[in-house]
Design a protein around this ligand. Structure first.
Ligand code: DAH
Length: 323
């Protein structure tokens, strides 16, 4: 009994000395915890003479009650870090991430082309010169192959400079009819400024079948423009040159920018050059096709009024969250 009284004095003294929430918790573990001092004392009951055990048990119960209520008192008198929970208070919403504006633009574009029967495919960003140039009818001496305009790895490989590579990837493997759309990154060593970046995105389309004509090309682009920019959108094709198409054209679309309809240059297109079809073992007398390549950044930047391409890739959340 004397011993239990000493224990109680010690315990209460230690409790009084516990100055903060951590110390209080440490005290609780030391005295009331499942491996605490009280449990240890309880185990000593077997050392107590049989006739004294009942009294010891009662003393232990009393000690336990005293310490527990002393502890509960200390808990209440006010460490504020166990503040009561106000379940009516509005919670802090978890900040979910959002898809990048370029990702969203690509998804929307693939969605429109998907509804027009174009199957989305992808190709590698690390390419070889055959897929990036040779098979696309770009001769060895062509300026597009200049080292200052391309990222060559020095071992015959390069970062693709255009998604037209995917035309070759697909036609090498798939007999026509073929109707695909390929979105992805392309790389060119441009000096970064408001309109140039060394990496950007293109959406490439390819349709090879019997009797495909330039009318199909224009109506496909027009249907895309209507679905993407609205029924009043228009498409303009300006004669141009690309080695892999004949004839070739630049594509402009008239889109609404801040309430005003404006022509925006979006990329290139044309009828697949017979040399390209021959290169992948397709008879150009039997099959014809059209292809187009559209710049994703151009579309996204004009649509959302983004003045500087670098903002897209600086990962500033304040900017990215706007879309
Ligand atoms: N690959 C061209 C470029 O990056 C764009 C292009 C032009 C793609 C004409 C095509 C096409 O599929 O037919 O400048």
């Amino acid at each position: 009994m004397v011993e239990l009284q000493t224990e109680q004095d010690q315990a209460l003294e230690a409790l009084a000395a516990a100055g903060d929430a951590d110390a209080l918790e440490a005290w609780r573990i030391a005295w009331l915890g499942s491996k605490g001092r009280l449990k240890g004392l309880m185990g000593k009951i077997k050392d107590v003479a049989p006739e004294d055990r009942a009294a010891f048990g009662q003393g232990m119960n009393a000690l336990k009650t005293t310490l527990e209520s002393a502890w509960a008192d200390r808990q209440q008198d006010g460490e504020p870090d166990v503040a009561p929970l106000d379940v009516t208070e509005p919670g802090t919403a978890a900040q979910a991430g959002c898809r990048h504006v370029i990702t969203k633009t690509i998804e929307d574009m693939l969605d429109v082309f998907g509804r027009m029967g174009f199957t989305p495919v992808t190709g590698p960003e690390l390419e070889d010169e055959r897929h990036n140039f040779t098979a696309l009818n770009i001769p060895d001496a062509h300026p597009a192959r200049e080292p200052i305009d391309n990222f060559y790895l020095g071992d015959g490989r390069m970062l693709r400079s255009q998604t037209s590579t995917v035309q070759i990837r697909v036609l090498d493997d798939t007999p026509p009819p073929v109707r695909i759309v390929a979105a992805g990154r392309v790389y060119r060593p441009d000096t970064h400024d408001a309109t140039h970046y060394s990496m950007f995105h293109q959406v490439e389309g390819l349709y090879v079948d019997r009797n495909v004509t330039i009318v199909d090309l224009k109506s496909t682009l027009l249907a895309f423009a209507h679905a993407f920019f609205g029924e009043e959108a228009e498409v303009r094709m300006r004669p141009s040159f690309f080695p892999f198409t004949e004839p070739s054209a630049e594509v402009d679309m008239k889109m609404k920018i801040k309430g005003q309809w404006q022509w925006v240059e979006l990329g290139g297109c044309g009828m697949v050059d017979p040399n390209v079809l021959r290169e992948v073992g397709i008879d150009p007398e039997e099959w014809t096709g059209f292809a187009f390549g559209l710049g994703v950044e151009r579309i996204a930047m004009r649509k959302h009024g983004i003045a500087d391409i670098r903002w897209l890739y600086e990962n500033d959340e304040r900017f990215l969250r706007r879309f």
